[in-house]
Design a protein around this ligand. Sequence first.
Ligand SMILES: *Cc1c(COP(=O)(O)O)cnc(C)c1O
Length: 395
Amino acid sequence: MQLSGRFGPFGGCFVSELLIPALEEMESAWLAAREDSAFKAELDDLLARWAGRPTPLYRAPALSDTIGCEVYLKREDLLHGGAHKTNNTIGQALLAKRMGRTQLIAETGAGQHGVATAMAGALLGLNVRVFMGAKDVARQQPNVRRMQLFGAEVIPVESGSRSLKDAINETLRYWTETVATSFYVFGTVAGPHPYPSIVKDFQRVIGEEIRADLQAELGRLPTAVMACVGGGSNAMGAFAEFVPHPEVRLIGVEPAGHGLETGQHGATLIAGRPGCVHGSISYLLQDDVGQVLEAHSISAGLDYPGVGPEHAWLKEQGRAQYVSATDNEALDALSWLCRNEGILPALESSHAVAAAMKTAGQWQAEDVLVINLSGRGDKDLAHAISAMDARGGVA
Ligand SMILES: *Cc1c(COP(=O)(O)O)cnc(C)c1O
């Protein structure tokens, strides 16, 4: 490798020797693509005309009143596919093509990353195979159908807990057998180097647009940027542009599930410890003997026991702060945003809105708080409504 892929003590590349050449080739291809204006032009053109970038930065009046400062929503919910994931999958699919690969492979939990990969594969004429825990295949049928509609093959994974972490292991295993023809499209800023850096690069457009829009409208940087953290890609995308500006507060929001005290949550950075999973060192939810624990959250997209290594490093340095919101708080924020701003956010993004609402009264009126609305909530409708019914109606 040309780069270490380290973020302080975190990150790195701990995978089977069989995969090292493929990851090295990917790193070289990515370093070259970054400098290639034709690659950037093609990516930008697809992001603009196929995916709908730039997404709006919307001043949310009701949220501003309630929180007590200028609150802006970065509308990744309006991106083609319904979430920020499209930024990453188009980028990696283009990289795969540049490397002469004919097949995209991917893991998926709730199915959103699988759908985004299937869409990118269809766009660029690449074959797509998606590995998905058998438990997830059963409970995420609409996304399974959507992937199939885009021409992807969905492979149920029966090993382990039959969920996301087993799907990742299975994808890595299949990749070792097909490295010559396959490109593994990883879904977040975790995994072995170079993925945390590649995925950040493809998501950093979020923060670049936030900065340019605020500069044009207010002539300033934001006071704070907030985003939900599953693996951490939408948050890294929103943060990256501002990391070199210490005056901008960076706040990641993890899923507290039923409550941190219950142990039923997915707050990796708050309640986890450093460890090695899926090829890199980062914070991890694990028991006393180092067994990886299952994450719990009402939002399937935040249900990951690991987190990107750069977030672990931002936390250790005190550069970013990590807070949490419970399932109930996220549901409240979802229905509040529907009623007061006419926007149905994804359950994942609702965690960021909920955490922002908990800071009401702690800001100066002229402070500018940007919340990254990572996705739209149509996919969560049935789940959110039944959860609201179960606790006795809308908040
Ligand atoms: C997948 C997903 C997330 C979580 O992934 P990150 O890598 O943490 O961004 C958050 N929001 C939405 C809408 C998602 O689909």
